[in-house]
Design a protein around this ligand. Sequence first.
Ligand code: CS2
Length: 488
Amino acid sequence: MLNEKTLNHLPASVQPLRYRREEVGRGIVHFGVGNFFRAHEAWYVNRCLALPGQAQWGIVGVGLGGGGARGEAKARAFTQQDCLYSLTEVAADGARTVSIIGALREYLLAPADPEAVLARLADPQTRIVSMTITEGGYNINEETGQFRLDTPAVQADLKDPGRPTTVFGYVVEGLRRRRAAGAGPFTVLSCDNLRSNGHVAHEAFVGYARALDADLAEWIDANVTFPCSMVDRITPGVDTATRNALNAASGLDDDLPVLAENFSQWVLEDRFCNGRPALDRVGVEFVDDVAGYEQVKVRMLNAAHVLLGSTGLLLGHRYAHETVEDADLVRLANAYWTKDAMPQIDAPAGVDLDAYRRRLLSRFSNRAVADTLLRICSDGASKVRVFWTDTVRRSLDSGHDLDRIAFGIAAYLEMLRGQDEKGQTYAPIEPTLDADQMALVNDADLAAGLSLPAFDGWRDMDTTTLDAAVVAARRAIRDHGVRASLPA
Ligand code: CS2
């Protein structure tokens, strides 16, 4: 079993820790300890910890308890392994490296001990609170751009702020205690794929605080910083078979191994109100304005992921690499990138969009990552909104042809029906859609699905032509098959 006791007996091919674990502090609290966080932020911090003077920046992971029994099993596994785990990074040509990550110092399952989480947040040692809580996790009303106060969980936290259950309740109660104790603020760092994620986080946390205590909200607004960031690393889910294969290859006995592509990128605004690790020395790029990098990432990588994922599933593919081994789908992705996305992106100086596009094709081709299309399309209702809205709006505005966009929307709606054109079924993962909403995709009226919230981002515009094109594309997919319906 991988833990602190076995750290000195690692297989020779595994990269060990390059610092003394017992000296690692708790400078960061992170909400949402999923595979992506473990392969991304924790990996960068792990490298920082090996530099002189950085030991304070270890991470306390917090799980909000969404996973039920699975969440509890994960917490137990973290405890048994002293929060150590292995990361396997694999290149498109199959070359791999395995390293031990020790940046996660402690793991707290919030519902089991809310007070322990609040104590960590209030502890002056904590100087950054970061989060990966998913695109849909910020509880923002897309139309008004404001924090939604009307959800039951938020209402419950507002009524009983000393025993929160949401990330908003925890963070704001932690800040309240710090302010009362004169402990100073911490930085709130969103690491989700959102447009202007720092601004969204600001709106969410200050919006929640305002409903609780106007003075506190003002203090947060004046003292806490919310840097924007662009995060990127393809990190698949790890099921039991993958876990066994990773352990067989590494020679480790790790209950919590993570697998990721060897590419990684993190672009950050340098607005940390209470210090930060020397991330600039381990490959993180600090820039004045992250927006351009986000645009590139979200509208090129993530948007194409949903497009290829939906279309690929319908065709019977199950993995990302299969979509870029399919010449028709490569044509589709290239047409989307070069005709719809790239001409509308204000790329930052020095970013070559065509090189980025080619790099994506190579990244998507990584077979060893075995990224599933179901993961890529999961919570598509939130992703479509975040990843496609700008492109759709600009295309509607400019009178640009809507062929690929309409096809993408049609493919997403058809994909939600859970059956590919070979007759095989699969289970789309849409945590935000209820049964009635899911039923809309099977309605005899092929326009019915267009009322889903996924498409709210352009509901205020004239979509008559787009809607008709979506219906026509859905009809074509059903009558003639996906390949025959692909746009030029
Ligand atoms: C994917 C991302 O699920 C998705 O939205 O597009 O998880 C993607 O793998 C990451 O954003 C890559 O950085």
